[in-house]
Design a protein around this ligand. Structure first.
Ligand SMILES: C[C@H](O)[C@H](O)[C@@H](O)C(=O)CO
Ligand SMILES: [Mn+2]
Length: 408
């Protein structure tokens, strides 16, 4: 028996003494997909254009060496990162990570062909794929407007991009036998005080109606719409706000809401919002991120918000309805390690949630014993979850904490 197994047995007994079945927790942990974003590896550069400049009110700040300079280098780095992430994984792609195979096509013309290598890659690694249209970093988004543009040629271009991306999502879903979530985020908004906030929202509503008009089997593709409270250059007004998309998803029933942990006011918790959506039978997509004072997209830590996100999902048995994804891009540290650190932390938080005696905590709360509720919840923090995590890594053939010693 390895030391990891011995440690696990001790932890298993301790957890069993509070009614928690660690074997069951590990089973659930293993099969719950976490969608790891592809863009931390190269600061959202993509393969469309080697000179592309990141626009849309988002920025990868920092200058760490090692940014891949070719597709081959990118793939090698991505593989290294994925090798460090245990459990069922999906890879979230952006449309700019396409392969045009030498063709002169723009974003309003792309299709499954441009992503066939990604399907082969996903099959070879036994992972799923999620997708994101790229409504930024393109001359047609230079005005700062895409789906809310009053210029019909601009708006039509982006509507067509959205339609193309849904078909790519459907292709991923069919090929890989697991649903693809195609997440739509636009950077449209205004820097300064805005008089008419309604018209852009009416335009956005119509654009989304057009994008989602084609019925696609939800077994293959589900669309999500990602809100934001503000961005760089859209400090005063964002048409695609949380309220806007929440109303859109609830009334149209053709998409779900995506919540990014960095897209709300700094003291707002996305975890606290989930139950309001579950109460109305809605699914959610998540971008687990770490805002530091603003939407800074820092690498996910095992912090209170990340733990709260996973606790809420587990408490309502919503692992099949709240889809977990990551979103951060920090160029100040090694990008392979950054990808792995954030994804591992998201999964560690999920394990912590699975190791809680949820039913007992709920029972104590129902009995009105608020002191015991707090005391018990706090004592749980001293349970040996790290020993269970190490066992999980060993079972998944992924290094546990020892990966640190190999970090250069
Ligand atoms: C690259 C992503 O689409 C982007 O990060 C988006 O999800 C977002 O969060 C923008 O702030
Ligand atoms: Mn996001």
């Amino acid at each position: 028996m390895s030391q990891t197994e011995k440690n696990y047995q001790a932890a298993r007994e301790l957890y069993a003494s509070i009614g928690v079945d660690t074997d069951k927790a590990l089973e659930t942990l293993k099969k719950t997909p976490i969608s790891v974003h592809c863009w931390q590896i190269d600061d959202l550069q993509g393969f469309e254009n080697p000179d592309a400049v990141l626009t849309g009110g988002i920025a990868a700040t920092g200058n760490a060496p090692g940014k891949p300079e070719s597709r081959e280098e990118y793939m090698a780095n991505l593989n290294q990162a994925l090798d460090l992430i245990p459990g069922a994984t999906k890879l979230a792609l952006h449309a700019i990570y396409l392969d045009k195979h030498g063709k002169d096509i723009d974003r309003d013309e792309i299709g499954p062909e441009e992503f066939s290598e990604w399907v082969d890659f996903a099959k070879s690694r036994n992972i799923g794929l999620d997708f994101n249209p790229t409504y930024f970093s393109h001359p047609m988004s230079d005005s700062g407007y895409t789906l809310t543009s009053r210029d019909e040629s601009v708006r039509e271009f982006w509507i067509n991009h959205g339609k193309c991306c849904r078909r790519i999502g459907e292709y991923f879903g069919k090929e890989l036998g697991q649903v693809c979530i195609t997440n739509h985020w636009i950077g449209d908004g205004n820097k300064d005080y805005t008089i008419d906030k309604l018209t852009p929202r009416l335009i956005l509503k119509d654009s989304l109606d057009q994008i989602f008009a084609e019925p696609i089997d939800p077994r293959y593709n589900i669309d999500s719409v990602e809100s934001k409270v503000f961005g760089l250059g859209s400090e005063s007004y964002v048409p695609g706000s949380h309220e806007f998309y929440t109303n859109y998803a609830l009334t149209k029933k053709n998409c779900i809401v995506c919540m990014d942990a960095g897209h709300f006011h700094p003291t707002e918790s996305i975890a606290a919002k989930f139950s309001s959506y579950l109460a109305f039978g809605q699914e959610l997509m998540l971008h687990v991120s770490r805002p530091v004072r603003w939407d800074s997209d820092h690498v996910v830590m095992l912090d209170d918000e990340t733990k709260a996100i996973m606790e809420e999902i587990v408490r309502y048995d919503a692992l099949d309805r709240i889809h977990i994804g990551t979103d951060y891009f920090d160029a100040s540290i090694n990008r392979i390690a950054a990808t792995a650190i954030g994804a591992r932390n998201a999964r560690k938080a999920l394990l912590l949630a699975l190791l809680q005696p949820t039913e007992e905590l709920i029972q104590i709360e129902r009995e009105g014993n608020l002191t015991k509720r707090l005391a018990y919840y706090e004592e749980l923090k001293a349970m040996p979850f790290g020993l269970v995590w190490e066992m999980f890594c060993e079972m998944e053939n992924v290094p546990g904490r020892t990966w640190i010693s190999e970090l250069k």
